[in-house]
Design a binder for this molecule. Structure first.
Ligand code: ADP
Ligand code: MG
Length: 233
């Protein structure tokens, strides 16, 4: 099991008020799964993703990531887990503007202490995999939205993460670029990477093999297995 959440609650404190944002969430994901989480704005999607991504902690409940209980991990240990196991993809790409596409993709390897030559070799390989070999020297400002997101996906994949977490990955893209990103996700999932994707676009969500819904911080399955999963199993 890559994700095992039991009774996860998260509340924010605003002055003296406690605001419950995630309410008793139970959520499991097997390794190799491709799951979409759908829900309206403000329903707690990003809060949930941040906990799964070890960027934030739950207020209560248990969360095992790839079998590890992260509750008592230090900040440094959380950051090691992120580096080793998780690839992040964001709506707004989060590329560094002063760096080329190749350097952006290679960046996580700097934190992993990999020598420069090896970093650039692996980054070039990943850029090729997302179909952007010919844009390696381009800065983010010289790339289209869809290309930026493909660079961001290459960066997310460079440490061979077990799971890709994508928060509205097509939210800032036109529909054609969005479809290209979904094709790339399908390929990655086909090669064994688990994917958890947040979206509020039903078309995009239908690319996943399972859809769960979140509303007001409460997670519920939408009709169990999706049609696609029934067909493929
Ligand atoms: P979504 O991603 O589904 O739009 P979020 O997880 O970003 O929703 O937010 C869920 C709720 O939690 C919102 O009501 C938001 O205002 C609140 N919230 C998010 N982050 C914080 C924070 N750091 N402090 C207080 N409230 C927050
Ligand atoms: Mg959000």
């Amino acid at each position: 099991m890559i994700i095992d959440m039991q009774n996860i609650c998260k509340e924010y404190t605003q002055g003296k008020m406690k605001i419950p944002v995630l309410k008793d969430i139970c959520f499991q994901m097997e390794e190799g799964e491709y799951t979409a989480i759908m829900g309206p704005s403000g329903s707690g999607k990003t809060t949930l993703m941040n906990i799964i991504g070890c960027l934030d902690r739950a207020t209560s409940g248990t969360f095992l990531l790839d079998g590890h209980d992260v509750k008592n991990c230090s900040e440094n240990q959380m950051s090691d887990i992120r580096l080793e196991k998780i690839g992040f993809v964001f709506q707004t790409f989060q590329l560094l503007p002063g760096m080329s596409a190749l350097e952006n993709v290679a960046l996580p390897l700097t934190y992993a202490g990999i020598p420069k030559k090896e970093r650039l070799r692996r980054a070039a390989e990943l850029l090729d995999r997302v179909g952007l070999s010919d844009r390696a020297s381009f800065k983010p400002s010289q790339l289209s939205g869809g290309q930026k997101q493909r660079v961001a996906i290459a960066r997310a994949m460079i440490n061979h993460p077990k799971i890709l977490l994508a928060d509205e990955p097509t939210g800032a893209l036109d529909s054609v670029s969005g479809e290209q990103i979904m094709k790339l996700f399908e390929e990655l999932n086909g090669s064994g990477v688990s994917i958890l994707m947040i979206t509020h676009d039903a078309n995009i969500a239908s690319c996943a093999s399972r859809i769960v819904e979140i509303k007001d911080g409460i997670l519920s399955k939408t009709g169990g297995q999706s049609e696609k999963e029934v067909i493929t199993k």
